[in-house]
Design a binder for this molecule. Structure first.
Ligand code: NAD
Ligand code: UDP
Ligand code: UDP
Length: 350
């Protein structure tokens, strides 16, 4: 027999006859919470293409059925309208836990629902993550948390390495998100250490691409929609604050490598290409409309001054690095936004 088959046979015996998760490459059953959202729907596309059975769990708070509608009718695809704050009973091999309203407008609009209240314990990040960890524990599934670069707060270290503990204002306007994700990371590690749940943690940096919410208030979606609508691009503050923008397909590749790999993390998943908001506005002008105007607006409270991932760890241990530069990725998002805003081309979304 081939060396490859012997390798699998050895693994099979050494695992006591249980097929090790990483080796079971076909027909996995996978839950994606938040799978009708921006990142989740792209992840679902990749998992479906790979031949997995996928269950999307989403309450449509910020997600849309349209993002996954092209899988309706496929027997390997299921969609459940469910709030992860409520317990959930399923049998699967892997849980990608993305459910969380990710955009600033939504979390400022409804901070209690978005996150933390130790007393009411009703938030998505805390109770939702706890429920999904409880589910993972009961069924022996591997659990992946999509955390965020926001756990670094307004970082005093640049670029940010995973070992940095962050600089977060616990009582600020953004803290419902930052602290919620920090608690979700804590719960994830507690279930790992205390209940031997197999976990993975990704810290995602600003990501953009097709299917982003058009009016969610994030900078890339704002600028692109504004330029297309011939409105001025709203730069907050002096526009010298920086972010590093990652195209969604790079992120999805990183999430899948993390889930399949042997390392818990946390791993930074982001594109180290760093831009000021004024530079971003310039790229949007070049891509959409060189005559687009810029309008300065007061900045929001506690806005991080700079953010850029150190991705050495993901490069070394996951063999991952982003491939799509901002100037390559932005046009792909623009054509999706153009279709959705003007409806002048055929609906596709991908
Ligand atoms: P999104 O808002 O498009 O997707 C989140 C999905 O979760 C939506 O479909 C929403 O309806 C669903 N959801 C929210 N609360 C829920 C609940 N209680 N029960 C069930 N479903 C619920 O956001 P996204 O950009 O796709 O983000 C996905 C994940 O990645 C989030 O956890 C987010 O915190 C994380 N993340 C994203 C970015 C980014 O730049 N996009 C950056 C850092 C972290
Ligand atoms: N949980 C769930 N699905 C399951 C198992 C658990 O939603 O299949 C929820 C459960 O309702 C609980 C949480 O996950 O609120 C944590 O479960 P765990 O068993 O760890 O804690 P316990 O129920 O013992 O407090
Ligand atoms: N921002 C901006 N104009 C906008 C929206 C946001 O200049 O229309 C700025 C915002 O102040 C912040 C940066 O862009 O400095 C990134 O904001 P976003 O909400 O997209 O991401 P996050 O702050 O969560 O990294």
């Amino acid at each position: 027999s081939s060396p490859r088959r012997d390798f699998f046979a050895d693994k099979f015996v050494s695992s006591g006859g249980k097929i090790p998760l990483g080796l079971k490459t076909k027909g996995r059953r996978i839950v994606v919470t938040g799978g009708a959202g921006f990142v989740g729907s792209h992840l679902v596309d990749r998992l479906m293409a790979r031949g997995d059975s996928v269950i999307v769990v989403d309450n449509f708070f910020t997600g849309r059925k349209e993002n996954v509608m092209h899988h309706f009718g496929n027997p390997r695809f299921e969609m459940i309208r469910h709030d992860v704050v409520e317990p959930l009973l399923l049998e699967v091999d892997q849980i990608y836990h993305l459910a969380c309203p990710a955009s600033p407008v939504h979390y400022k609009f409804n901070p209690v629902k978005t996150i933390i209240s130790f007393f009411y314990l009703t938030s998505t990040n805390v109770v939702g993550t706890l429920n999904m960890l409880g589910l993972a524990k009961r069924i022996g599934a591997r659990f992946l948390l999509t955390s965020t670069s926001e756990v670094y707060g307004d970082p005093l270290q640049h670029p940010q390495v995973e070992t940095y503990w962050g600089n977060v204002n616990p009582i600020g306007v953004r803290s419902c998100y930052d602290e919620g994700k920090r608690t979700a990371e804590t719960l994830t590690m507690d279930y790992h250490r205390g209940a031997e749940v197999e976990v993975r943690i990704a810290r995602i940096f600003n990501t953009y691409g097709p299917r982003m919410c058009i009016d969610d208030g994030r900078v890339v979606s704002n600028f692109v929609a504004q330029a297309l609508r011939k409105e001025p691009l709203t730069v907050y503050g002096d526009g010298k604050q920086t972010r590093s923008f990652q195209y969604v397909s790079d992120l999805v590749e990183g999430l899948m490598r993390l889930m399949e790999g042997e390392h818990v993390g946390p791993f930074n998943l982001g594109n180290p290409g760093e831009f000021t908001m004024l530079e971003l506005a310039q790229v949007v002008q070049e891509t959409i409309d060189p005559n687009a105007k810029i309008e300065f607006k007061p900045n929001t409270e506690d806005d991080p001054h700079k953010r850029k991932p150190d991705i050495t760890k993901a490069k070394d241990l996951l063999g991952w690095e982003p491939k799509v530069a901002l100037r390559k990725g932005l046009p792909l998002m623009v054509s999706d936004f153009r279709q959705r805003i003007f409806g002048d081309q055929k609906e596709d979304g991908a």
